[in-house]
Design a binder for this molecule. Structure first.
Ligand SMILES: *Cc1c(COP(=O)(O)O)cnc(C)c1O
Length: 385
């Protein structure tokens, strides 16, 4: 019997890998120097650690170290990328294009830009969650300056065709921003071949600490308008004393991701597929989002029974998501977008991770099957007199 509840919400956040914790600890105790203090050894050793971590983050996406800017997470990276680029590119045009299924850190940032004189086109995805490339191309205008499309969706795990989207943007000289918060360690990323200009990254979805992220800014892209002013850190694009321990943690979790992806992804896929096979054997279960163009550890199902939201709210033995954690439990704008605005019924997102065992998956599958069957029985039982 596994320890309960079983954590199956690895797209909301992941536990920090113990190897990452180990690597972070000295930077909270004896090695406390400010990486900006270049006049003594305390500062210089912190700077060396920060630069080593920058190299590790860069390597996972095949970027150059000088193309990585530290931030507090993907929310800040998205804000810096979109506001920073929209303002820097305002002379070229003030039209931005994105997708309805983006994370709120992109959508709310775009809404803010709209109140400041920019116009935004938000495209609807196809029913499988993927963007129609013809529709995308048709939305671009001469005054389009920035496009933002996420690599992997946080709710349904679908992988957008960033290579094709980027090629279309590149041909028109439009900057492409990609939110890759859910992609690191799940899909191979190579910015040398992928036509992406800006990419948001975060540590805590890839077994690192919360509160640290990065923005990839392609060499040659005009400087972004800073959103945090101060000491001119990070080439003036993001001021603030660098959080050495967090940065070391992000470097280590990205290094591990790069090293272990080839083994980890197939293992997670096998666990996810077991859940997928088991649950889709129930005739009231429908899968949300494309199953092919999708990361290996995500399953998102709708239970097509009326009033089973109570059952979902009371799943005490498995920690799954009934709506994206980032939405504070509200209705999913992602699933609504897939279904042309109609509310998506009773969705459950199950995301397996590095520390889940086969025993846990077997237990979770039995448990969920039983709960859904109970719900089904209640719906089909004759009403009591
Ligand atoms: C989690 C997440 C974010 C927010 O990242 P933080 O580091 O928590 O700020 C942004 N975009 C996507 C797709 C995410 O999954």
């Amino acid at each position: 019997m596994p320890n309960l509840p079983i954590y199956l919400d690895n797209s909301a956040t992941t536990p920090v890998d113990p190897r990452v914790v180990e690597k972070m600890l000295p930077w909270l105790t004896s090695l406390f120097g400010n990486p900006a203090s270049s006049s003594h050894a305390f500062g210089r050793e912190a700077r060396a650690a920060v630069e080593a971590a920058r190299g590790a983050v860069a390597r996972l996406i095949n970027a150059g170290s000088q193309e990585i800017i530290w931030t507090s997470g993907a929310t800040e990276s998205n804000n810096l990328a979109l506001k920073g680029a929209a303002l820097a590119q305002a002379a070229r045009g003030r039209h931005l294009v994105s997708v309805q299924t983006e994370h709120n850190a992109v959508l709310d940032t775009l809404r803010d830009l709209e109140t400041r004189g920019h116009t935004v086109t938000l495209l609807a995805p196809q029913i499988n969650g993927l963007l129609d490339l013809n529709q995308f191309e048709a939305a671009l205008r001469p005054d389009t300056s920035v496009v933002s499309v996420m690599l992997v969706n946080n709710e349904i795990g679908v992988i957008q065709d960033i290579a094709a989207i980027g090629a279309i943007c590149r041909a028109r000289g439009i900057l492409l921003h990609v939110d890759a918060a859910q992609a690191t360690g799940k899909v191979a990323i190579d910015v040398k071949t992928l036509p992406v200009d800006l990419m948001s990254l975060t540590a805590h979805k890839t077994y690192g600490p919360k509160g640290i992220g990065a923005l990839y800014v392609r060499k040659g892209v005009a400087a972004l308008a800073p959103q945090m002013h101060g000491g001119g850190h990070e080439r003036g694009m993001r001021s603030g004393t660098l959080a050495t321990h967090q940065i070391v943690g992000m470097g280590e979790c990205f290094r591990i991701a790069g090293e272990e992806m080839a083994v980890e992804v197939p293992r997670l896929r096998a666990l996810r597929d077991k859940l997928h096979r088991g649950l889709s054997a129930l005739d009231c279960v429908r899968v949300n989002g494309d199953m092919q163009q999708r990361i290996a550890n995500n399953l998102n199902i709708s239970v097509m029974l009326p009033d089973c939201d109570q059952m979902i709210a009371l799943l005490t033995d498995v920690a799954v998501s009934s709506a994206s954690a980032c939405m504070g439990g509200g209705a999913s704008h992602v699933l609504q977008a897939l279904h042309g605005g109609a509310a998506a019924p009773n969705a459950i997102r199950i995301t397996v991770g590095r520390f889940n065992t086969t025993e846990e998956i077997d237990f979770a599958l039995n448990y969920l099957t039983q709960k859904i069957r109970e719900c089904q029985a209640r719906k089909t039982a004759p009403a009591l007199a």
